[in-house]
Design a protein around this ligand. Structure first.
Ligand code: TRP
Ligand code: ZN
Length: 875
């Protein structure tokens, strides 16, 4: 529920708080039907402000019981209770403020604040959830030392956790048990956490680089204790990596992770007590796929890395969110790259950036990495803040080099330890440590929209020069026009006819950094001349995707094929292949597609390649997704894209067909399943081969059936199920789905995958079948993972089914959003994303989608979350 007109908050309006809270003593008493919270706050006037002795605390859906100042209970006239606030006036310099209030965790379906998930209590306070637990200054620049007491009936919740170290655990005179925790590191309340439940624990230890022993604990519900090993392993590897690569050591005596089933996001970095969506931490070979293992490794690392990039140094305000998120995504990407194949990791990240983030940047919710306004901060946990933010940090890394970047991050952590700072301070540390002026670079944080770089080249054989002209512009985005040229690091190479890198000698010389092979584009238009170029080279531009831009450069299919076969930059090999395949899909759309002999030969030799990493091969042989194709067409016609892409897929499969059975057999492995890179790569390629084979041959479907029945791990079983569902007969598909459900119905995470297979299949998913899934016993509107598995997957993956010409797909999603608006506003708002793209669709679909947005907008009691996205989409 909201006020009539939700307020917009602006970065420019930032003011420091009137009071600090030096110490917070929180007593949380758990009862069956309610929870009582007592906050004892030691407050101190902020003497940098000319404050009037007035303090307004945030609070939401709290039942206020009492307020006391320095031990004296106040009468109701001595404070003012607003809808979402508590105001005290006439205060002095320092006080002990005691506030008691009651909350109802069992009714909390928004999953912000303290709530019940399955058989346990847990919290989610970022960004503004703490105000649903207690009246507080719920803003990240107020950092406080926390002591937390949890009280419950003795024996009811064997495990009761909060941040920091456990300092007491006893049964009180009234027979209730009280457990106390103390966190010595001052922190903003968004990092507060509390957990109570009947949980099992996996324990281990880690010895830090200075020789301190840290206890590591992963808490789960009893049935999940056999799914905790991999996360523990990933945690220890993350701790070691952060010491080695960033010199960062863990600081408390204990580090805890808790898995919960109901969670709005992936995981949360609460100090010393990370809380995870169970889908991002639990795994064993029988139930988790390789991609789940990779996700777990990345998210465990991400949350752990936040201990420094986020917790020890935190954000001054939520406009600085990317300060911690962009940097931490960059850090976890570095970790994953070191643990697995760096090129594959880059391909995966760029795939995501170019589909999801570019779409966001080109739509109504486009915003800078440092936004200058928002209505609801939960709407700004976006791919722009996270992934584009990480790209910006990555460009700094490229500009400064490994060593210079490390000097900058050391200075940043050292200078700002214990502080709440802004993105400016991060860049300033990089500047000061390296003696470099990054003022132009900082535009990356301020300007929204994806920059377009146009490249044109010409070769002069007589002069042996190559001239490269680069032009950049950034399109207008809502509220932002007339953008300035950015500092774009463009990594590149020149290939000779044999595919070898030629030496590069550029004019102007200062625009070239030889160590990183980077050309610095800093103006709207610049021309560069390469000297001593002895033959006409093939240009390989934007290697490693060195900047988050759209590159426009004319290349013929022959040139792309050459790069696909010869580029020494693994990323650009893949990218050339994607561009070539995009060209095929465009040809298929215009009805003039066929593979040339050279193209067919190249595909077959990729399939049979024994040199390249197999995971890389599986990416090289995979077509760009429908959403990627959509990014490059205007207006978007989802059905036409789907059919063209299917035509090309069929042609590729038929080209490869004579070799598929043999390659599939070769890629089988007798070795027991391990979630390790080599094996994962082999399975990825094998299962890609299987999907092409099943697409064009009944032998392939038979192989899928056998693999489905015999698989001893979920990666192979799931891949086989997908092939049966998409390419088997209707009977085979139905039977496989039924037997899979029969086998796994008691494992909620596996059932989620089963829901996704159906919701995401263009062949199976119809509006009627999605409605059936929503009625299924396995579905639950209150569980975000279920909602994502059915509705999120349907609207984002089964594009032909979602974009029905009778609008039934849109109406189904809109109904779900309206329903979820009252249950979980964050979920409702996230589900809106596909509807915000209406302006890019062909006119007949565009109008239908818009009508559904208007229907949502006309509802009463729209949450701030949904209101913001709907109104911005329609304006
Ligand atoms: N800080 C979390 C992260 O690691 C994000 C997060 C977790 C979150 N749960 C949330 C954000 C709930 C908003 C609401 O990225
Ligand atoms: Zn994060």
């Amino acid at each position: 529920m909201r006020d009539a007109q939700p307020n917009t908050k602006y970065l420019k309006d930032y003011t420091a708080p009137a009071y600090w809270i030096d110490h917070t003593e929180l007593t949380v008493e758990l009862f069956d039907d309610y929870t009582d919270v007592t906050a004892q706050l030691r407050i101190r006037r902020n003497d940098e402000l000319d404050a009037a002795g007035s303090l307004t605390l945030d609070g939401q859906e709290l039942e206020l019981l009492s307020v006391a100042l320095d031990g004296n209970t106040l009468s109701a006239e001595q404070y003012q209770v607003g809808d979402e606030s508590l105001t005290l006036s006439g205060l002095g310099d320092q006080h002990l403020l005691t506030i008691r209030n009651r909350i109802y965790p069992q009714n909390n379906t928004a999953l912000e604040g303290l709530y019940r998930s399955g058989g346990m209590y847990c919290t989610q306070c970022e960004a503004e959830g703490f105000r649903r637990i207690s009246y507080y200054l719920d803003r990240p620049d107020v950092m406080s030392e926390f002591t937390t007491h949890i009280i419950a009936a003795d024996g009811q919740w064997p495990v009761m956790l909060s941040n920091g170290n456990k300092i007491a655990d006893s049964v009180m005179e009234d027979g209730r048990r009280r457990v106390s925790w103390h966190d010595p590191f001052p922190k903003p309340c968004y990092l507060f956490a509390l957990v109570a439940g009947d949980l099992r624990v996996l324990e281990d230890t880690f010895t830090t680089m200075s020789g301190r022993e840290v206890a590591l604990q992963i808490f789960v519900e009893p049935q999940n204790i056999d799914k905790t090993e991999y996360a523990m392993d990933a945690l220890k590897r993350s701790m070691r990596w952060d010491e080695e690569v960033y010199g960062r050591e863990y600081d408390l005596d204990v580090f805890m992770i808790v898995a919960v089933d109901d969670f709005n996001m992936g995981a949360m970095e609460n100090k010393g007590l990370n809380i995870f969506n169970s889908s991002c931490v639990l795994a064993n070979p029988a139930t988790a796929t390789d991609s789940t293992y990779l996700r777990i490794e990345a998210i465990v690392a991400h949350e752990y890395f936040h201990n420094w990039s986020g917790n020890r140094v935190t954000c001054r305000d939520w406009f600085q969110l990317s300060l911690k998120e962009g940097f931490t995504v960059f850090r976890d990407a570095g970790f994953s790259a070191d643990m697995n194949s760096a090129t594959v990791k880059r391909v995966e990240d760029v795939q995501m950036l170019r589909t999801v983030q570019f779409a966001e940047d080109g739509g109504p919710m486009a915003h800078p990495v440092q936004p200058d306004s928002f209505i609801e901060i939960s709407n700004f946990y976006t791919v722009t803040i996270y992934e584009k933010g990480a790209e910006v940090v990555g460009m700094l890394h490229r500009l400064l080099g490994e060593e210079g970047f490390r000097k900058g991050s050391d200075l940043y952590f050292d200078r700002h330890d214990g502080q709440a700072v802004t993105i400016h301070e991060f860049v300033a540390a990089m500047e000061d440590a390296n003696g470099i002026d990054l003022s132009q670079f900082k535009l990356w944080y301020k300007q929204a929209g994806t920059p377009v770089v146009e490249a044109a080249s010409s070769y002069d054989a007589d002069a042996q020069t190559l001239t490269l002209t680069l032009r950049q512009h950034t399109p207008d985005t809502p509220g932002q026009t007339d953008k300035q040229p950015l500092w774009i690091p463009l990594a590149l190479g020149l290939l000779d006819a044999a595919g070898n890198d030629m030496p590069v000698q550029v004019e102007p010389a200062e625009a070239w950094t030889a160590s990183s092979q980077v050309l610095h584009l800093r103006e709207a238009e610049q021309t560069f001349v390469f000297h001593n170029v002895s033959e006409r080279p093939e240009l390989s531009l934007l290697r490693h995707f060195s900047a988050p831009v759209k590159l426009e450069y004319q290349q013929s299919p022959e040139q792309l094929l050459f790069l696909l076969q010869h580029d020494t930059d693994g990323f650009n090999r893949w990218d050339a292949g994607q561009k070539l395949m995009l060209h095929w899909i465009e040809q298929a759309r215009s009805g003039s597609f066929s593979l040339s002999d050279a193209e067919q030969t190249a595909l077959v030799s990729l399939l049979q390649d024994d040199q390249l990493d197999k995971s890389m091969l599986s990416y090289l042989l995979n077509l760009p997704s429908e959403s990627y194709v959509a990014e490059f067409s205007a207006p978007v016609d989802p059905a036409a894209i789907h059919h063209a892409r299917e035509t090309v897929r069929l042609a590729i499969a038929n080209t490869l067909l004579p070799h598929l059975a043999e390659r599939y057999q070769q890629l089988q492995s007798p070795v027991a399943y391990q979630p390790e890179p080599q094996q994962m790569a082999q399975r990825a390629l094998k299962n890609l081969v299987l999907s092409y084979w099943a697409l064009v041959s009944s032998d392939g479907v038979t192989a899928a059936q056998a693999q489905f029945e015999q698989a001893d791990n979920m990666t192979d079983q799931m891949a086989a199920l997908l092939s049966l569902v998409n390419y088997g007969s209707d009977e085979q598909a139905d039977a496989a789905l039924a037997s899979f459900y029969q086998q796994w119905q008691h494992d909620t995470l596996v059932v989620n995958q089963w829901l996704s297979v159906q919701a995401g299949s263009s062949r199976r998913a119809t509006v009627a079948s999605i409605e059936q899934l929503l009625q299924h016993e396995a579905f639950d509107w209150r569980n975000p993972n279920k909602v994502r598995s059915v509705l999120g997957v349907f609207a984002n993956q089964a594009l032909v089914s979602f974009h029905q010409s009778d609008a039934s797909g849109y109406a189904l999603l809109a109904d779900a959003i309206i329903k979820l608006n009252g249950i979980n506003p964050q979920m409702a708002s996230r589900l809106l994303t596909p509807l915000t793209r209406w302006k890019r669709l062909i006119p007949e679909l565009s109008a239908l989608m818009r009508a559904q947005l208007e229907r949502i907008q006309s509802q009463e009691d729209l949450s701030k979350d949904v209101y913001e996205v709907v109104s911005k989409s329609l304006s």
